[in-house]
Every structure is written in structure tokens, then in C-alpha cells.
Design a protein around this ligand. Structure first.
Ligand code: UDP
Ligand code: MG
Length: 351
């Protein structure tokens, strides 16, 4: 860390997954921009999230020449949420800004965010004022998702606000005290709260490479969000069951009445079969929903680390070689979470 200069340290957290074509452009844009801001110091924490192209080599080259930049190399692809968690844990700044490597989050907004922060905002979140660069399908499904999520969950997600934001140290510490392994960051950001200022921006197309979020991955991401922040789908089965029982009771009454009045000519094969199939389907959906939650409980109880770091790359003060810390794992991260959880418990019990 630099000698204290009175200038606050800002940490950028950047996840990289197969971004070989964007690495150079990213640093060429971001470093001069941050250097031009004389009121701050900065560090850039890069996470190589199991890239299988030449991303790591490029990152290591950048790190060798600049001790303000460091890289955590994951042992495999753990996903953007894990990468952000690792980066936020690693960051030591007074404010932390997660930003995508593809420059879809405009770096020009960073000075604006810092201005708001210096004036007292605890979170400065960037909101896409339009999503013209997304496909029609992505735009409509995203809008639908926000609506469904916010209808089901007590913690509302602000619409079109992504991970690009500035967070004060107090907010970062609050985030780090959340012990869960399923880390739906957008939801966690909303859950911790704090005084938030929204700044709007136009989302640009990617500078290079392609999006890592396919339709199926987005669907699972959406499920993750809803199951992490709402138990309504689980509880709704009580009401669906009650409604079905009430309908069955009425239908039973009708059949008894009809049999008493008109006798029983044994009709009903078609209705019986369709009701059976319908209820069978409904029951399976119900079990599926329960399964989604049980699966997540199972994952949480295993208490596995959220990520594993294969190696850390950082140029030391005077030398431009890279002292490696071998064998480092996300266990550090689990320890942090355990300590945070124990502290919270102690505080609650007045210890
Ligand atoms: N990313 C990651 N791990 C993944 C997928 C994505 O670290 O498993 C990173 C990616 O390198 C980029 C950011 O997350 O820096 C956003 O990804 P992308 O641009 O593909 O998402 P989109 O902008 O299309 O939503
Ligand atoms: Mg992108």
C-alpha cells in the first residue's frame, strides 16, 4: 500500500472470464482515467475466473509493470458472483467499484460516482437509462424478471441497475458479513441498504468478445435471485393445495348430488383421466419448487468455499517479479465469513 497521502484509496474490482480481446483496451482506458483524478489513489483487483484463453497471460503482463494492479487466479470458472465476492474481499479501498471488463460499464462514470461519494453518498449505483444495445428478447425478459422478482420478494431490486456501482467501506463490510454461499450480488447489494444515489448511463455494446450469459445461464440466474430472496414460491403450495381441495370438495358434492338425482350411468372416464393428469403435473411442479429450495439448503450446509484461488499475482514494491502465494484457497474467505458470523452471534447474545 502507498504511504498515507490523505487521498482516499479507491478499489476497482474486475472479473475476467475469457476476455483476451478486452484486457488491453480495458487497462488502456481505465488507468489513464484514474491517474488523471488527483484527489484519489487507486488499486485494481482483477479476478481471472477460470479463463481458458490467454486472459491470464495478458493480465500477468499488465501486473508486472504496475504494482497498483493485482490478479487473483481462480482454479476454475466459479461464475461472476463468486469473482465479485473474491474481489470485494480482497479490495482494501475506502470505496469499492465493481466494473465489467468489456467496458459496457462506462468508466467515464467513475469520477461522477466518486464525487457523489465524497459528498456523502454511501452507495452510488449506475442505472441503464436504455438497453438499446440488448436484443428485444433480453430487454423484455429482463423487464419481466424485475417485475416478478419484486412482486415476490420483500427486498426490491431497482430496475436496470447492475453490479456497476460505488460502495463505501461500511457497505462493503456489511456485504462481507453475509455468510451465504449462493451469492446473488444484485440482491445482496439491495439487501444491505444504505443511502443510495442513482446515476444514469447509456449502455454501450461490448468492446470485444461475446457475452457469457446465454439464455439458460440467465434463467438459472433468475431462479437463483428469486429463491435467494423469496419463499413465496415455496409457501404458495399451501394455497394451491387448499384451492385444489376446495374444488375437489365441490366437484365431489356435485357428483354425489347428481348420482342421487339421476342414478349412476358410470360416465366420467375422460374427466377422471384429465383431472388425474392435471393434478399429477401440479404435484410434480410443487415437488420441483421444493427441490429448488432443498438443493440450495444442501449447498449451503456443505459450507464449501465460494471460490478457490490458484495463485495470486502482484508486483512487489521495488521488484517487478511476482511473488506467488501458492496453495491459497477460498478457505481464507470462509474463515472471514465464519469470523463475521461468530461476531454477529456474539453481538446478539451480548457477549
Ligand atoms: N464474467 C465472469 N465469470 C463468468 C461470466 C462472466 O467473471 O462466469 C465476467 C466477464 O468477463 C465480464 C463480466 O463478468 O467482465 C460481465 O460478463 P458479460 O459481459 O458476458 O455479461 P453481460 O454484459 O452480457 O451481461
Ligand atoms: Mg458485458
Amino acid at each position: 500500500m502507498d504511504a498515507p497521502t490523505g487521498r482516499p484509496l479507491i478499489s476497482l474490482v474486475v472479473p475476467f472470464y475469457n476476455e483476451v480481446d478486452t484486457v488491453d483496451g480495458f487497462f488502456a482506458t481505465i488507468v489513464p482515467l484514474l491517474e488523471a483524478m488527483e484527489s484519489i489513489r487507486f488499486e485494481i483487483v482483477c479476478i481471472n475466473d477460470g479463463s481458458t484463453d490467454g486472459t491470464l497471460d495478458k493480465l500477468v503482463r499488465v501486473v508486472t509493470n504496475d504494482k497498483r494492479i493485482r490478479v487473483l487466479d481462480f482454479s476454475r470458472n466459479f461464475g461472476k458472483e463468486a469473482a465479485l465476492t473474491a474481489g470485494i474481499e480482497e479490495a482494501s479501498g475506502a470505496a469499492v467499484i465493481p466494473i465489467d471488463a468489456d467496458l459496457q460499464d462506462p468508466p467515464g462514470l467513475i469520477p461522477v460516482m466518486i464525487d457523489h461519494w465524497l459528498k456523502g453518498a454511501e452507495v452510488v449505483a449506475a442505472k441503464r437509462s436504455d438497453r438499446a444495445c440488448d436484443t428485444f428478447l433480453k430487454r423484455t425478459t429482463a423487464a419481466l424478471y424485475y417485475r416478478v422478482h419484486n412482486a415476490l420478494s420483500e427486498v426490491k431490486l431497482p430496475e436496470n441497475v447492475g453490479d456497476f456501482r460505488l460502495m463505501d467501506r461500511a457497505v462493503v463490510n456489511a456485504l462481507l458479513s453475509l455468510p451465504e454461499r449462493h451469492r446473488f450480488m444484485k440482491g445482496l447489494f439491495a439487501w444491505v441498504g444504505f443511502r443510495t444515489v442513482i446515476v444514469e448511463y447509456q449502455r454501450e455494446p461490448r468492446t470485444a468478445g461475446k457475452s457469457k450469459f446465454s439464455g439458460w445461464r440467465l434463467w438459472n440466474f433468475a431462479l437463483e435471485g428469486i429463491t435467494s430472496f423469496s419463499t413465496v414460491p415455496l409457501r404458495s403450495w399451501t394455497y394451491i393445495g387448499l384451492a385444489m381441495a376446495a374444488l375437489a370438495f365441490c366437484y365431489g358434492g356435485t357428483i354425489v348430488g347428481r348420482t342421487l338425482l339421476f342414478g349412476n350411468p358410470v360416465p366420467g372416464y375422460a374427466s377422471l383421466l384429465s383431472i388425474m393428469l392435471f393434478l399429477g403435473g401440479i404435484e410434480l411442479v410443487g415437488i420441483g419448487v421444493v427441490g429448488e429450495y432443498v438443493g440450495r439448503i444442501y449447498d449451503e450446509t456443505k459450507e464449501r468455499p465460494i471460490y478457490i484461488v490458484r495463485r495470486r499475482y502482484q508486483a512487489s514494491e521495488n521488484v517487478s517479479t511476482l511473488p506467488a502465494r501458492r496453495g491459497e484457497t477460498g478457505a481464507r474467505n470462509v474463515t472471514t465469513l465464519h469470523v463475521a458470523r461468530r461476531r454477529a452471534m456474539d453481538a446478539r447474545m451480548g457477549r
